[in-house]
Design a protein around this ligand. Sequence first.
Ligand code: PLP
Length: 408
Amino acid sequence: MNSPSVPFLDLVTPHRQQREELLRVFEQALDTAGFVGGSMVDAFEQEFSRFCGTRDCVGVGSGTDALRFALIAVGVKPGDVVVTVPNTFIATTEAITQAGAIPDFVDVDERTYNMDPDQLLKYLQVQCRVDGTAGRVYNRRLGKPVTAVVPVHLYGQPADMDHILELADRFGLVVVEDACQAHGAEYYSRKEKVWKKAGTMGKAAAFSFYPGKNLGACGEGGAVTTDDDDVAHRVRMLRDHGQAQKYYHDLEGYNGRLDSIQAGILQIKLRHLTAWNQQRRECARRYQELLGSAGPELCLPHEPSWAKAVYHLYVIRVQKRDALQKHLTEAGIGTGIHYPIPLHLQKAYANLGYRKGDFPVCEGAAAAILSLPMYPGLGEEQQVRIAQKVLDFGCANTTSQISASAYA
Ligand SMILES: Cc1ncc(COP(=O)(O)O)c(C=O)c1O
């Protein structure tokens, strides 16, 4: 008998389990005709800001909206340079460009795939010049001011924020966190000796509630979190055509509101987020146990002591990545690649003039990373089967066959 397949992501089972509660949200929206804005959006915003630990949260139409609005609201201006990483989803740089700025990149850390603070320092010292009179940093090649940095908490793991914040402070940059994959992830600030949630460390942060995220809507959604009242106010205006009062437009904004049905759904799901994140961490621990004895050709995710990752994705690294992916697909196991082509080498950014070899760590990772199934509800038996297939492929030490009885 063929073994049942393991999907990369299961979005059907959790919604089946919550069906009745979720349907009541639709009924409430139909009964009140409250489709956009209103009490469900207000309630979710309050609960999500409480969850994160920020003064404010503004619900918006998507994670991309959240990033774009956050960048504009913190003061990024057309022609500014905003620094981020090439190993992220294109929405990060789309938001920068759509805010009128120019994206630029620094390479990532070899083990966490997140922004490497040493590379950021090198970028600011070598590729930029400080204009003391203007109190600004200018990119030498572009001749434009560098005004913001966007660290991405990729795969659900926080970037090393102490160092990034220290550099931002030293060089006068604003920090906007891309927390779109990191709902509930935590970072231990060695400077302040306290654990902090993703989305609380920059001037503002962006979250995505795209369905597959750790906190996902049944459609599109996003949010900006911030402790700054002015930033929150500006994001509220930007999401609603630049108006604070109906038909009085202080600026030109966007149609970027969070709809009420999604807010109601997110409010229900938020109550489960901590437990779901815990299940993801448990799945990661089990993968570690099952695959930890494999040979050096298999590299498992690295979680530094200062991070509590929420494993939006579980990303392994292996030289014969494409062959392993094929092997797993043939065994009915879903996988993904996040992301196969670094942003600086995407056709969309050919005009920025980057070349292969510009960000070697990111490029090396892009050729070898593979995301294994990871979601709350992924069963032990399924993980044993996935791990066995990975080890069968040739990622095993001679002694590392899994004893199925250990997980029976
Ligand atoms: C790192 C990152 N940034 C931004 C976004 C954009 O979010 P959305 O798809 O909700 O616009 C995503 C979503 O996939 C993401 O993963």
